[in-house]
Design a protein. Structure first.
Length: 247
């Protein structure tokens, strides 16, 4: 069953109007036909099973069949603070982070960040990344579309993350898994969780010390050195399993 997101104002009594670029995607890519059932979320916690009534070049009109009560969101809110990687790796990271349940992805400029985004270039990238997040949320049937934020510095990220009950930073020189296990066992439903991942080259020692001073706990991801696009997804996967197994 295909999944779509709409704005709350597109929901009218027992009908929902799908407009914009989703119309072309629904008609010509997904090849949706009248009578077909689809699922729709308004991004605010309301979800429905609908039946396609009519569709033209500007609108897909769907009739609400039933309200869907099942939530596909994690019971905790995870923000991924991702050190900016090179090339198009950020696109893969965003896509998979959304699938794994992250609620927000924040690109972070660190000492070893090579990519520099400014002005319209940053604006264009954020717009594309947000579109990737939306597509991944639809594919994984999320109830909400995670937000991709503007690029901030590590100092800003550490300050911003102080509102989170659990704050973890992946560090390749952290010894053993005992500390990682201890921190993971602290995670629980209702928490705000911050995950910090470095770019290629990882974090500088001074950045790790700054993170520790800010109350962020360094954790190991095992004996092997992981690429930046693997590290965050590895930690998010473990956090997802911990939170959902506890339910």
């Amino acid at each position: 069953m295909h999944h779509f997101f709409v704005k709350p104002e597109q929901v009218e009594d027992r009908q929902i109007r799908i407009t914009g670029s989703d119309v072309n995607h629904g008609k010509h890519v997904l090849r949706i036909k009248p009578g077909e059932e689809i699922s729709i979320s308004d991004g605010c916690g309301r979800n429905w099973i609908c039946q396609v009534g009519s569709l033209d070049e500007t609108c897909i009109l769907a009739e609400i069949v039933e309200t869907e009560m099942k939530s596909r969101e994690l019971p905790a809110s995870i923000t991924l603070y991702q050190g900016m990687p090179k090339n198009d790796k950020m696109e893969l990271i965003i896509q998979k982070a959304v699938e794994l349940g992250a609620m927000r992805i924040v690109p972070v400029a660190t000492k070893y960040t090579v990519v520099k985004l400014e002005g319209k270039k940053e604006e264009g990238k954020i717009k594309r990344w947000q579109a990737i997040a939306k597509s991944a949320a639809e594919q994984s049937k999320r109830n909400q579309i995670p937000q991709v934020s503007n690029v901030i510095t590590l100092e800003q990220a550490l300050e911003e993350a102080k509102v989170c009950e659990s704050r973890l930073i992946a560090y390749e020189h952290e010894d053993g898994m005992a500390g990682t296990k201890k921190e993971l066992l602290k995670l629980s439903a209702g928490q705000k969780i911050a995950v910090f991942i470095g770019p290629e080259g990882g974090f500088d020692e001074s950045e790790i010390q700054a993170a520790k001073k800010a109350g962020v706990c360094p954790v190991s991801l095992g004996k092997r050195i992981l690429r930046t696009e693997t590290a965050g997804l590895s930690l998010l996967s473990v956090i997802m399993m911990k939170l959902e197994v506890d339910l």
